[in-house]
Design a protein around this ligand. Structure first.
Ligand code: SF4
Length: 120
């Protein structure tokens, strides 16, 4: 995801990320990092299979939309069971669902079709 305070665009590693260690600026991380909680953390009904390290994507809400941010090395992770079926159900019920892998994105339509969207 993008981090405005760091001028970090979506799809690029943060300069503070250290593989195997996490954030090397944790105590001084920007406000948007401090307040962020993914949908899996906030939703008791989503079991361990939805944990980002398992699923391959992070979900979060943005202006009423559900954003699914796939690991760019696993851009089709959302298509696996049980994820696709549930995302399609939410879209069919009127939830706007956008799926991104880096800068490439899709809108999941209520009829389960998809169409490309650009990240704004
Ligand atoms: S939590 Fe740390 S590594 Fe993650 S985006 Fe924020 S500053 Fe970067």
């Amino acid at each position: 995801m993008g981090v405005t305070e760091l001028e970090k665009p979506a799809g690029r590693w943060c300069v503070h990320f250290r593989r195997g260690r996490g954030c090397d600026a944790y105590e001084a991380r920007p406000a948007s990092c401090r307040v962020f909680n993914c949908t899996w953390l906030l939703t008791e009904a989503l079991d361990e299979s939805w944990k980002p390290t398992v699923s391959g994507f992070v979900m979060h809400a943005d202006a009423g939309r559900l954003i699914v941010e796939c690991d760019p090395s696993r851009p089709h992770a959302w298509r696996a069971a049980p994820y696709r079926e549930m995302l399609e159900l939410w879209a069919a019920r009127g939830q706007e669902v956008l799926i991104f892998a880096g800068r490439r994105g899709l809108r999941l339509n209520p009829d389960a079709s998809t169409r490309p969207v650009a990240r704004t």
